[in-house]
Design a protein. Sequence first.
Length: 317
Amino acid sequence: MYALQLMRQNDAYLYLGHATRTCLVLGLHRAQVTDGRDPTVHRLRLTFWTTFFCERISSLYMGRPSSLSDRQIDTAYPEDLPPNPYDSTCAPMQECAFIRAMGEIAKLADRISIEIYSPASIKNPTDLDKLNQISVECDHALQAVTPTLPSYLHFFDDSVPIGEPWQEIQRLSLGFCYYVVRMLLSRPALVLTTFFSSVQEAQIATGCTELQSCINSSTSAARNLIHLAHDVYFRRFPDIRYDGALASFLLSASLTLLYDVLNLGTDPDRARQTFTVVEKAIKCLDEIEHTGYTSGKAGPDESGQASGASGRSCGGH
């Protein structure tokens, strides 16, 4: 049973690795194969970059190496195509800003995985200063993605008009990915401080003067992710509740915030504010309709009875 559960957790990584190698075998990573303005090569570029960002981001989330090397890729991003007045269902394949933005984030994901989360990155607390510099550089590159986005992808602005379902799905997916990557950039500092009685004590022990700044960056991203989810779940696109895979993002954001309040030196007001945001995440988790181990919601066991343990682990207090 353990082997089966382990396989389930690795399914996405394994399948995406196979899809990635198939793209490489077909040469979709090379411009000489995908150059041109023909609809067929547009689809090839779309296929490659979709596989690229899914594999890269999955690898970061799973803590495993990517199969791709940026230096061996010269195929261009897919460009936007003129809208088809006779078939509006083609729009997600014609407007490719989402693919380009996710591609840029995916490139950063590999650097974060190698330079921040690899076993060789943190050998002792004094390495935090070096990691902080890498984090700052990656954060600047990450923030450079948002000015290029069309308005329907402005996940950071809840006042933008509600778009078509595919636009809302892309907006939420991009926002979740953006905020999770931003959380991960600074979370090593946040986790480290839980071993001390206060941030000040951690600063003295590690010699890193930017710990509080790192904590603020990571927890701010977690809060923004939860606010985004709550706005989408309860106002913009409630049908998204049928995608149980989004639960992992909400759990990651909640755990990041709870790491902050584990510190004995946390201000009581900050702790109360944190629990208020976590409560919003729990409300979102309670809206998820998907049942099964991936969301933690109660599902039927082998006897056909509902199992409440998994539901309590995710949606309870």
